[in-house]
Structure formats: C-alpha cells, structure tokens
Design a protein around this ligand. Structure first.
Ligand code: GLA
Length: 387
C-alpha cells in the first residue's frame, strides 16, 4: 500500500521525495450499539484494514486531495483560507473538517498540503471509513506540524469535526476505536467519562466474520440524527422523575420503574434499547473475561433483536443476513454492527463452520434478497501509524 500511494503521488504531483505515508484503521463494533451518545459502554476494535495517505507539505496555502477510491473526482483543490463545507468538495469535506477543527483549537497549519489517499474499507459499509479518514488526517497533521495532541484528543477532534462541520451527530466510538486501537484487543469504553480498558479478543477456535450486505448506509440522511433526538427526549422526560445524567446511568430495573414518565411511545422504545444495550455490553465483557463465549454470542443476538425492534435501525437485508447466520451450526453470535440502515453484520463463527457459514448465508441472501453478500474474516489491528 505504501508503494501504491507513493507511486500515485509522484504521478499526480511530481516529486514524492519527502512525502510521509500514514495509516489509520477502520473498526468493527462487537456490542454496545447506539449507546455512545447515550452515556453508555461500547466494545469496538480497530481492524487491520483502513485508510492510507501519502502527504507532503507545500510552499503555499493550497490543499490538493486525491483519493484512489474516488478517482473519478480527480484532484480536488482547496485552500487553507477556504475551510468550509461544500457539496462539490465530496469526501474532502472530512479532511477539511479536521483541519478546521484543529484551527478552532488554535492549532494552525502554516502551509498547504498535497495528499493522496487509498483505503481498503468498503465505503458506506459501516466499518468507519470516515472516522479512519478523520483520525488519519489528525495523525498526519500532528506529525507534520508538531501539534500537541494525544490520540484520545485526535478522536475528539475527529468527532467534533464530524458533528460541527459535516453535520453528522455521531458519538465518540468510531474515532476512539480508530485512534486507540490495539492489536488483538477490543476496547471497553465508558463513553460517560472516556475511561477504557483493553480486553483481549483472541478467540480460541473461532473467527470474527464481517458480512457486508452491500446496502450502503448514509447516516447523515438517515434516521441517525433522529434516533439521537428521540433518545434525548426520553432522557429529558426521565430526568423529571429520577436524577440521572444519561440513559447509561440506569439499570434495567430503574428503567422499568420509571419508564412511564416518557410521554412518547417511540422515544420509550429508543430509551429501552439504550439502557438494555448498555447493560448487555457490560455483561458481554464480563462473559468474555470468564471465557464464556456462548454467553457473549447470546448477548450479541439479543443486541440485534433490540436494534431491530426497539431502536429500529436495521433493514430487511441485514435481518436476512442475521436470521440466516443464526441457522448455521457453529455460529456463536450474529448482529448488525455500526450505525445501521444497511452496512454490515458482525459474526463469531467456529473455525470449522466458517466455510459452511459463507456458503449458506451467501446463498440464502442471494435467493431472498437478490444481492451478493461479501464476507471478510477480520483481524484486530493497532491504531494509527506512520509507515
Ligand atoms: C455510528 C456512529 C457511532 C455510533 C454508532 C452506533 O457508527 O458514528 O458514534 O453511534 O453509529 O453505535
């Protein structure tokens, strides 16, 4: 990949001498979905796939971006004096947003950049190609301009830019997983205070398989922001009767005892998911520590049902993938992963069942949905790096 981006760099901009090559990973979330903006826990891990960039400083204030994934757009030009959102800037709104967010924190770039990108995360698959791009941008800016920020701050800057520049009100999970990833470990993160622990996720005799429905999700235009508002509405109602900061503060029992305070039935369902999913996540990590993979899988399955019925962020295609996965012997757990409305499922499958899983789920998907699904046996990797 290093050679590929450098070669392209040379082809487009001339001299690649002195260009640095950087990488930031995508992520898959094992459990704890739509809990990160509700003060709950999440359990994602960074992947070995992600986004690469070759970057070099320029003598002027120009910015030139090129992505090998969006080659039809060609080189997209901008300037440090024009860090604003625009439709025609397409994917470059992400790096521009991060540069804008650094400026907001008083960290100003003193020259422009030439950038070539190449990613191996399928776009719109729910494996955080955008968060990896944000973390990647922050990571190379820190390296090139000596900005003093920690990796956790890189995650926060990425989230800030996505919320305030790109208009997607995401939580912190994706950027945190990308910036703080650790090989063979998932991150048990409490989004209420950003405290976290690494938990080894080397599965004895099983693999993590991500299945892509090839239904692209578009979160800004989808119900993501609406879900967030509905959760906030439920919280506001609950706060009239119980002293809590977030939905993540509640146990299932406390929720059940107070849920009648939520005036809207839909908001009540959203809150139920947020509360129960947070508790499931805590339990799942406990189960993993006790080597109880069976319980971990059951909690993943329950997470899917809750996301499908209460949070309503699944879709027909994803439900088919999960239902078919549940039918296969040797599948320990299966659920939708990421923001939803399409994208991928995450599955834990026993080694000996991997091939049957791909065949059976792939064939059933084709038959019931008329589309091909893609399967990736994923590996858990480290956070961002300079290559
Ligand atoms: C998207 C967001 C995350 C998180 C998930 C759902 O990936 O970017 O912050 O809310 O959806 O768990």
């Amino acid at each position: 990949m290093k050679e590929t981006v450098l070669k392209k760099f040379e082809e487009l901009y001339g001299d690649a001498d002195g260009a640095g090559v950087y990488f930031a990973p995508g992520r898959v979330n094992m459990i704890g979905e739509h809990t990160d903006y509700n003060g709950g826990h999440v359990f994602p891990c960074a992947l070995t796939i992600g986004t690469y960039a070759a970057v070099k400083k320029r003598a002027d204030r120009k910015l030139r971006f090129y992505s090998m994934n969006f080659d039809k757009m060609g080189v997209v030009e901008s300037s440090l004096d024009d860090l604003t959102l625009s439709d025609k800037a397409g994917w470059t709104n992400y790096p521009k947003g991060v540069m804008w967010a650094f400026e907001k924190r008083g960290m100003k770039m003193d020259c422009g950049l030439d950038v070539v990108l190449n990613g191996n995360i399928p776009n719109g698959s729910g494996l955080s190609s955008s968060a990896s791009l944000e973390v990647l941008t922050g990571f190379y800016l820190r390296d090139l301009f000596g900005f003093e920020v920690t990796n956790v701050e890189l995650a926060l800057i990425g989230q800030y830019s996505e919320n305030n520049f790109n208009g997607m009100n995401c939580g912190i999970m994706d950027q945190f997983a990308s910036a703080m990833g650790k090989k063979d470990n998932a991150i048990f993160l409490d989004t209420a205070d950003l405290s976290y622990q690494y938990a080894p996720l080397v599965l004895d005799g099983a693999k993590i398989i991500v299945t892509n429905s090839n239904v692209k999700h578009s979160l800004v235009n989808s119900g993501y922001n609406t879900r967030r508002k509905e959760s906030e509405q439920a919280l506001a109602d609950l706060q009239k009767v119980i002293k809590i900061e977030t939905l993540g503060d509640l146990t299932e029992e406390e929720f059940e005892a107070n849920k009648s305070a939520i005036s809207d039935a839909v908001c009540a369902k959203r809150a139920k998911h947020a509360v129960y999913e947070n508790r499931r996540t805590i339990r799942a990590v406990e189960a993993l520590k006790n080597n109880n993979l069976k319980e971990f899988g059951e909690l993943m399955n329950a997470s899917h049902v809750s996301l499908r019925d209460d949070y309503e962020v699944s879709c027909e295609e994803i439900d088919v993938l999960v239902e078919e996965a549940w039918k296969v012997d040797g599948v320990i757990g299966s659920r939708i992963t990421g923001g939803g409305f399409g994208g991928c499922t995450v599955n834990i499958v026993k080694d000996e069942a991997v091939e049957t899983f791909k065949e059976k789920v792939g064939a059933a998907y084709k038959e019931r949905v008329g589309k091909n699904a893609d399967f990736y046996v994923v590996e858990i990797g480290d956070g961002p790096c300079k290559l």
